[in-house]
Design a protein around this ligand. Structure first.
Ligand SMILES: [Zn+2]
Length: 81
């Protein structure tokens, strides 16, 4: 058995930066912000966006994005044969 099946070195990943910074889009204004612990307003870009979003939540205008489940996509759980 060869244990060297997986090539060392991740060449598939683009060399973005020395430190892998995770970027997220601000849910409020869609501005890309760095997901760092230094940002207390994450995933928002600023305090203003966070407050705006929270305000929307409080008013009930903001709903959770409910993902549409695939209707019976190969659900073998119920098909007992
Ligand atoms: Zn924002």
């Amino acid at each position: 058995m060869s244990t060297d099946s997986f090539p060392p070195g991740d060449g598939e990943h683009p060399p973005a930066s020395s430190t892998r910074v995770r970027r997220v889009a601000c849910p409020s204004c869609r501005t890309e912000v760095e997901w760092s612990t230094d940002n207390p307003f994450r995933p928002f870009c600023s305090k203003r966006c966070k407050l705006t979003d929270l305000g929307a939540w409080a008013s009930g205008a903001y709903r959770l994005p409910v993902p549409d489940d695939p209707p019976g996509a190969e659900s073998d759980d119920f098909s007992e044969r």
